[in-house]
Ligand binder design. Sequence first.
Ligand code: C2E
Ligand code: CA
Ligand code: CA
Ligand code: CA
Length: 278
Amino acid sequence: AKRTAKSSVQFYSTALREASQKRMEMEASLRHAIEQGHFELYLQPILELESGQITKAEALIRWRLEDGSLVAPDDFIPLAEQTGLIVPLGKWVINRAGEMLKTIIQHKPSLKVSVNLSPRQFSDKNLVSFLKSVVDHCGIPAQNLELELTEGVLIDNFDKVQQLLNDVRKMGISVSIDDFGTGYSSLAYLQKLPIDHLKIDRSFVRDLDTNDSDRAIVLAVIAMAHSLKLGVIAEGVENRQQRQFLLDNQCDTAQGYLFSKPVPFDDFCQQLIVESSQ
Ligand code: C2E
Ligand code: CA
Ligand code: CA
Ligand code: CA
């Protein structure tokens, strides 16, 4: 028994060492990728349900490896957050989104691009001045830029968050609460903070056709958002039944594979051109 215990301790310490080794290697290659700019910013259209028009696009990052394959953000954003690398990476994202907007607004002046901000970026004290510098440098209206924040950002240090959001809003940038309904935050903040939209998390949309409680949640979020004068975006719309349910129940906008997957910038511009010729 003694030997077994000892060898299992050895086993675990070896496994741990390997895990931390792997993490360090991953951190080093992420750092290298940031220095070399091995990232691409994809855009996923967001459509107004009633008109079917593209009104916005969500910017979603991808990491392009040397062999040409793509790494999904869920596989490196958490590490980027833990290590603080999300701050330079997030700056790259905002810059790139600004450059894209510069071109996009020539096709469609009203189109917005929304950018995901992780908690670490949001607590960076240079965020507002950085946003200002990007807007100035790209020569785009701040109104075309939107930030997506998760509920997690909102619960720590309410006063600071309120001040930051006020500053962002004063610039003209709008704010969405992402993955709404999956966090633990109180609903009181919705009333107190300057927020423009709620994004209903994909997990509530997925089984809309069959799950009564998901329907109830989606209806409640739409009703609450509208009574607080907030817009509503449904994520992860994959079929026409989901689209119809959302349309019938006054959801404003939606995004999902039914309309388009996230695509490279050129493909997105192509979609805008096709839309404007219809
Ligand atoms: P998110 O902000 O909730 O983004 C939506 C995710 O849902 C995207 O995954 C998108 O590709 C996916 N999606 C959209 N429509 C559908 C659909 O109809 N069905 C299904 N199954 N999925 C759909 P993606 O691009 O892999 O991004 C995952 C997460 O990574 C994002 O979740 C966001 O939290 C994070 N992320 C992505 N880009 C950035 C970034 O630039 N900065 C930061 N901080 N986080 C990012
Ligand atoms: Ca998002
Ligand atoms: Ca989301
Ligand atoms: Ca999500």
